[in-house]
Each structure stands twice: as structure tokens, then as C-alpha cells.
Ligand binder design. Structure first.
Ligand SMILES: [Zn+2]
Ligand SMILES: [Zn+2]
Length: 204
């Protein structure tokens, strides 16, 4: 993807509704990539350790970060630390270079006073908030200078231990489902069981 608008179009489809927090995450993700001088991850070249949790706006923010960086839940190169902060660390796996990016507190506090958030507090779903409320806020976030809302930390070293990827699959002896062998356990009678089947047998 080339420019911010192209990222935004993809992110909007992926995220599912227009809101101000998704573009905050999108821009924060791109800023972190620029700071490290890295490209969007095709595979697991980048890892994101996100400090967000379940808080409002945090999920939207993180969807933006995922689209920008290419670190995705499916690939497993993003994880939530549940500190409930609007911040994350982007790590370049190969070099171990890392940068933490967060929303400036005064910016985020003010964003939580916005008419958009007011509607959310009233229980209106984000996709049902009128465009005349949402659009100007999205445009504002898209056009803000980075220094106006992002804290971009110094680059530091964060070396991640890398396990070998598993490509070997066997069938669980109990449910018969194909399971990666690193999550199958051999029980005393010699059968190989998947995690839910071990739990089921414990209950029985
Ligand atoms: Zn959203
Ligand atoms: Zn099973």
C-alpha cells in the first residue's frame, strides 16, 4: 500500500465502521514503521506488543495498527498486554530494533470529550452515528501533524526469542481433528489428545 488514503480504505473495510480511533491507530502504526524504517509485514517480520485492552476506542485503535503494520491476530504477531493504555511497541524481529508509540494524554483526553464519544456514551452504535459528526473527526485525525497527537519514543533493543514454526499436523485420537503436533499431548495409554479433549477427559 502506498499512501495514507489507500491504507484508510482497506482499514475501513476491515474495521467495519467509521470512527476517529481507527485512523489514530492507522497513523500511529505508520509512524512507528517510519521510525524503524521498516515495511509492512508480509509474514511475521514485525511484532506488535499492544498495551490496549478491552476499553472503548482501544479495539478500533488496534485495528488501525494491524492494518498499518501487517501484524495480525491470525499470524500471531500481535498481542495485547491489557494495560488499558493507548500505546504499543513495534518490533523489527530481524534486528530487534523497537519503538513505543502512544497517544499524547492531552490529545486522548480531549478526544474522549468529542461529540462522537458523547453519542457512544448515549448507547448509539458507531455505524449509526451521523456522518456530519463522524466525518469531520476522522478528517481531523487524518490531517493532524504527528507531533500533535503521537509520542514516538527512542528506538531501543528488544530481542524476541523465536520458536521454529510448526508445519506438522496429526489427528487427535479422540475427536479426530487435525491439530499441530506442538499442541497435542501424549496421554499414558499412548493416545495423542488435543487441548479441548484433554479438558473433556479430565471432566469425565
Ligand atoms: Zn471503530
Ligand atoms: Zn481432540
Amino acid at each position: 500500500m502506498k499512501d495514507l488514503n489507500e491504507y484508510y480504505d482497506v482499514a475501513l473495510k476491515f474495521h467495519g465502521h467509521k470512527c476517529p480511533a481507527m485512523p489514530m491507530g492507522l497513523r500511529a502504526g505508520l509512524a512507528a514503521m517510519t521510525a524503524l524504517g521498516v515495511e509492512r509485514a508480509k509474514d511475521k517480520e514485525l511484532v506488535v506488543e499492544s498495551e490496549t485492552g478491552e476499553g472503548h476506542a482501544a479495539g478500533c485503535f488496534l485495528d488501525g495498527v494491524m492494518v498499518a503494520t501487517g501484524a495480525t491476530y491470525g499470524k500471531g504477531n500481535i498481542k495485547k498486554l491489557f494495560y488499558n493504555k493507548m500505546a504499543f511497541t513495534l518490533i523489527d524481529v530481524k534486528t530487534g530494533r523497537a519503538v513505543r508509540v502512544s497517544l499524547k494524554p492531552e490529545f486522548f483526553e480531549k478526544a474522549l470529550q468529542s461529540p462522537f464519544v458523547q453519542k457512544r456514551k448515549e448507547g448509539v452504535a458507531p455505524q449509526d452515528i451521523p456522518a456530519e459528526i463522524t466525518d469531520p473527526q476522522v478528517e481531523r485525525v487524518m490531517g493532524l501533524p504527528e507531533a500533535g497527537f503521537l509520542s514516538i519514543g527512542e528506538i531501543f533493543q528488544r530481542d524476541l526469542k523465536k520458536g521454529a514454526p510448526s508445519f506438522e499436523v496429526k489427528r487427535c485420537s479422540r475427536c479426530g481433528e487435525a491439530t499441530f503436533t506442538n499442541k497435542l499431548a501424549e496421554v499414558p495409554d499412548g493416545r495423542l489428545l488435543c487441548v479441548p479433549c484433554i479438558e473433556e477427559e479430565k471432566k469425565a
